[in-house]
Ligand binder design. Structure first.
Ligand code: 13P
Ligand code: SF4
Length: 301
């Protein structure tokens, strides 16, 4: 029996579901029960009936699943699969910021630790940040950790004052305006789809800005044939599969998140077989972080 079949058998036996992010390796996306952006995966983790979730993504995603569904066993097949942006801000720094801005709402990007979520009023992802922040009653918004997503949302809500953390994604920061100019010269008619974690001078070239899932939906429903995709390369697998007759171009071959690529089929198999590599969150922190995440699910509806 090959490893894919072994995994499927184990999955049935353990009542497990495999969730994968669009940046995962193609073979991981192929064995997943569902693939999605961070909001969709968080919704599935909250609502799925399974006892076990194998989260093929990075730590903050698996941690969010545990915060929302403490009764489920959450396996992150490689414990070292982290997100450097999520670790860029610490709990005490938020506490200090809250003292300086006592009337501000604290909004954290889902790419953050459980401790940071525990200090935040609401969590957001790139697919719901605008809607949630626009509707908050507070005029002042502390947004962290991603400065790029924060400034993108701030541009659209000029009536609010934003205090932005200086966090960033190392993968999306790699892409430069010059890369886009270069590929645009080669493919002048291609639509440019950009993830909001990119810098403003890259976002300025976008025909569409959105989460990974929103980029896929945009390309899939578009009548156009050619697209320049400005995010991590793993997304090409789903794009190509859903749109075999369309062309997708990545402006720079270094758009790879090494953390997202850490999980291999062997790790999924071992995690399920041994029921190890499990994610735990301290209960006191979890309860506070739950509030912030559940607020996202309420306000995003
Ligand atoms: P999405 O919510 O768009 O999938 O983004 C997650 C992420 O980590 C992007 O770098
Ligand atoms: Fe984190 Fe960037 Fe990787 Fe997304 S692409 S998981 S933000 S390091």
């Amino acid at each position: 029996m090959d490893i894919q079949e072994e995994i499927l058998k184990l999955k049935e036996k353990k009542d497990a579901i495999i969730l994968a992010h669009y940046y995962q390796r193609p073979e991981i996306q192929e064995i997943a029960d569902a693939i999605g952006d961070s909001y969709y995966l968080s919704k599935l983790a909250k609502d799925c009936p399974n006892k076990v979730i194998v989260f093929c993504g990075v730590r903050f995603m698996a941690e969010s699943a545990k915060i929302l569904s403490p009764e489920k066993t959450i396996i992150l097949p490689v414990q070292e699969a982290g997100c450097p942006m999520a670790d860029i801000v610490e709990r005490q720094q938020i506490i200090n910021l809250k003292k300086e801005h006592p009337n501000a709402a604290v909004v954290c990007y889902i790419n953050s630790t459980a401790q940071v979520k525990a200090e935040s009023d609401v969590t957001v992802t790139s697919s719901n940040a605008f809607k949630i922040i626009k509707n908050l009653e507070q005029e002042e918004i502390i947004f962290l950790p991603d400065q790029n997503l924060g400034s993108y949302i701030a541009e659209q809500i000029p009536e609010k004052r934003f205090i932005l953390w200086k966090g960033f994604c190392i993968t999306h920061k790699r892409i430069q305006k010059s890369n886009i100019i270069f590929i645009k010269k080669k493919k002048p008619r291609a639509k440019v789809l950009v993830h909001p974690e990119c810098e403003k001078d890259v976002r300025n070239f976008a025909d569409f800005i959105g989460s990974t899932k929103e980029m896929i939906d945009y390309a899939t429903s578009s009548k156009e044939k050619d697209f320049i995709i400005v995010t991590e390369q793993g997304i090409l697998h789903a794009l190509q599969k859903k749109n075999p007759d369309k062309n997708f171009y990545i402006p720079d071959s270094t758009m790879i998140c090494t953390n997202m690529k850490k999980i291999r089929l062997e790790d999924v198999y071992k995690g399920l077989f041994n029921m190890n590599s499990i994610i735990e969150v301290e209960e006191k922190i979890r309860q506070k972080a739950f509030q912030s995440l559940i607020n996202m699910h309420r306000y995003a509806k």
